[in-house]
Design a binder for this molecule. Structure first.
Ligand code: BTN
Length: 305
C-alpha cells in the first residue's frame, strides 16, 4: 500500500489531498497519514499544506524497491526485489533465496557490501550509496558450456544502458570487465549450479561504480560520476539495465546467442588486441582474434597456435 500512496504522490505534479488518495485507495485518511510519515522517515521530502494536501518535493538517492518498480515495464526481470542497506554480498543472499525456490528474475539489491566479491577470489569494493551492487537469479534451459554467455548478456546490457543514458563510450573487456577510459568501471560475476547437461540456476552479480568520488575508488578504477562530472541517477540506470537484460535474455533464448554475440563484438575492447589471460592455474598471452559461439576467447598465441 505504501507503494500505491507513493505512486499517487509521484504522479501528481501539484498537491494531492489526503481525501483524494483515501477515496481512490479505499483506505482511511489516518492510514494515509501513517504511510506519508513512513515515507518521510525513508527520506522522501513531502510537504503537507492545510486545504491543499501533500506534495512530493524530493526522492531520496536510494535503490528502494518502490523506486525501481515505479514505471518498470519488464515482465519478470527485477519484478521481485529484496533490498538491503548492508549485506556481506548480494551473491550470498541470492544463494540463500534459491533454496526457497525463488522465481526467475528475482533481484537482490544492496546499498553496500562488506564482502563484495569478484572473479578469481578478488574483492569488490562496495561503498555505501555510491554504486550499484545487485544479483539476479536466472534459470535458463542451456548447457553449462553456454553459461559464459550470461556474463556477456549482462555486460552488453550494462554497457547499452550506460551508453544510452550518459552518452559515454563504455566497453567490455573479455570476459567480464566494464571499461571506461581504460579503467575499470564495473564487473559481472557468474555463479552457477549445474550438472553435465543442464544448468539448475545462475546468479549473475553486477557491480558498477556510479557516484564514487576518487576516495571511494581503488587504484585503476573509475566511476560514472568521475567521467561525466555529474551525479548519476542510480535508480534510472538500474531500471534501464533491467529492461535491457530482459530484452537480451529473450533474444538469447530465441536465437541461442547470435544477436548477443553481435552486440558483444560491437562493444568489446579485447578483439584484435594483445592480451594476457590469467586464470587460477595458467597465464596465456597473444592476440585475441574472436570469440566462439559459447563466448570463449580465441587467442592467437605467440607460438602461432
Ligand atoms: C569482477 O569484476 O570480478 C566482478 C565484480 C562483481 C561485483 C558484484 S557487486 C554485486 C555482486 N555481489 C558481489 O559480491 N559481487 C557482485
Amino acid at each position: 500500500m505504501i507503494q500505491k500512496v507513493l505512486n499517487f504522490l509521484k504522479n501528481t505534479e501539484d498537491y494531492i489531498s489526503g481525501e483524494d488518495i483515501s477515496r481512490h485507495l479505499k483506505i482511511s485518511r489516518a492510514a494515509i497519514c501513517k504511510y506519508v510519515h513512513q515515507l518521510k522517515e525513508l527520506g522522501y521530502d513531502i510537504v503537507a499544506v492545510p486545504h491543499l494536501g501533500y506534495h512530493l518535493i524530493r526522492t531520496p538517492d536510494r535503490l528502494f524497491p518502490e523506486e525501481i518498480l515505479y514505471n518498470l515495464d519488464t515482465k519478470f526481470i527485477g519484478k521481485n526485489i529484496y533490498y538491503f542497506e548492508t549485506v556481506t554480498s548480494t551473491m550470498d543472499i541470492a544463494n540463500q533465496l534459491i533454496l526457497k525456490d525463488t522465481p526467475e528474475g528475482t533481484l537482490v539489491v544492496a546499498e553496500s557490501q562488506t564482502e563484495g566479491r569478484g572473479r578469481l577470489g578478488r574483492s569488490w569494493f562496495s561503498p555505501k550509496y555510491k554504486g550499484i551492487y545487485v544479483s539476479l537469479i536466472l534459470k535458463p534451459s542451456i548447457f553449462p558450456n553456454q553459461a559464459g554467455l550470461l556474463t556477456f548478456l549482462c555486460a552488453v546490457s550494462v554497457v547499452e544502458a550506460i551508453n544510452e543514458l550518459t552518452s559515454l563510450d563504455t566497453k567490455i573487456k573479455w570476459p567480464n570487465d566494464i571499461i571506461l577510459s581504460q579503467k575499470k568501471l564495473g564487473g559481472i560475476l557468474l555463479e552457477l549450479s549445474a550438472e553435465m547437461d543442464r544448468i539448475h540456476y545462475a546468479i549473475v552479480g553486477i557491480g558498477i561504480n556510479v557516484n564514487n568520488t576518487k576516495k571511494d575508488l581503488i587504484t585503476g578504477a573509475t566511476s560514472l560520476k568521475e567521467e561525466k562530472a555529474q551525479h548519476i541517477d542510480r535508480v534510472r540506470l538500474l531500471q534501464e539495465i533491467l529492461r535491457r537484460i530482459e530484452f537480451n535474455y529473450l533474444e538469447f533464448k530465441n536465437d541461442k546467442g547470435s544477436y548477443l554475440l553481435r552486440r558483444w563484438r560491437m562493444f568489446n575492447d579485447s578483439l584484435n588486441r594483445r592480451i594476457k589471460i590469467i586464470s587460477k592455474h595458467q597465464i596465456w598471452e597473444g592476440v585475441a582474434v574472436d570469440v566462439d559461439t559459447d563466448g570463449a576467447l580465441l587467442l592467437r598465441e605467440d607460438s602461432g597456435i
